[in-house]
Design a protein around this ligand. Structure first.
Ligand code: BGC
Length: 246
């Protein structure tokens, strides 16, 4: 078995598990620590190292991170401390864990996992995966090829803010609206993305995908919409797969 530690860094929790990258299955249990607040590079580096220690792991680590990531460097920080912008994530986590760390955007990691091992397997057209959590993440595929850092959670919305400020689960919680009311907003967002990209398929991931049955009839796109199969583990699995490729 080819087991690699995958770590999904989120705005509310940092989760890790050993992943068999031959089949995308978790090997053993998952370990989660809450994301420190403020989520500065130093505080996050310590939380990251705690996960690596829990698994007593030595080897390459794959990491999904909630920001634009170019050559290991964070270029944005929508839901994490602004101190990350311009910081080399691979160096910071590599130093605190003592292992080589390979970092990619969290939604891109989730997309890779779903396309390789989950519901996207065999889908060859234009596929848009949206992760719904504190923020909105996106991952775009065409004929199996991924375009990284699409950041479609930040398309400008009516109020001049990012769409994620209006249609993420973070927004739903902040505004204290029901899931039903939220789903109408989210549908509007998907229809907007459909106008821009004409996807063949939308895959919905992140924490909110667990509740898909509750709101699926409220989503009014032409394209098919399906929930991710790997649910909240997609980020971990895709991160491990990303490290395996480096
Ligand atoms: C970030 C993205 C991230 C998404 C989901 C957004 O606010 O800008 O990089 O993929 O949240 O975590």
């Amino acid at each position: 078995m080819n087991a690699i530690l995958g770590i999904d860094v989120g705005a509310s929790g940092i989760k890790g598990a050993l992943v068999d990258v031959d089949n995308g299955k978790l090997h053993g249990e998952r370990f989660r620590v809450p994301t420190p607040h403020p989520s500065t590079p130093d505080a996050m580096a310590a939380a990251f190292a705690e996960i690596v220690e829990f698994f007593n792991y030595k080897g390459p680590i794959g990491c999904g991170f909630p920001a634009i990531v170019k050559h290991g460097v964070a270029q944005s920080a929508a839901n994490i401390d602004a101190g990350w912008i311009g910081t080399n994530i691979e160096e910071v986590f590599g130093k605190s864990s003592g292992c080589p760390v390979f970092v990619t955007n969290d939604a891109d990691a989730a997309g890779v996992a779903e396309m390789r091992y989950g519901v996207g397997k065999g889908e060859n057209g234009l596929v848009l995966l949206i992760t719904i959590g504190t923020g909105l993440g996106s991952c775009l595929f065409y004929k199996g090829m991924m375009i990284p850092n699409t950041e479609l959670g930040h398309v400008l919305w009516k109020n001049g803010k990012s769409a994620e400020a209006h249609a993420s689960s973070g927004a739903r919680e902040r505004m204290k609206i029901s899931r039903k009311d939220w789903a109408d907003r989210f549908s509007e967002y998907l229809v907007h993305l459909e106008r821009l990209f004409s996807p063949d398929l939308f895959i919905l991931g992140g924490g909110e995908s667990k509740f898909f049955e509750q709101y699926k009839t409220q989503l009014h796109t032409q394209a098919r919409v399906i929930p991710a199969k790997l649910l909240n583990n997609a980020g971990i699995i895709g991160a491990a797969a990303y490290a395996a490729e480096q």
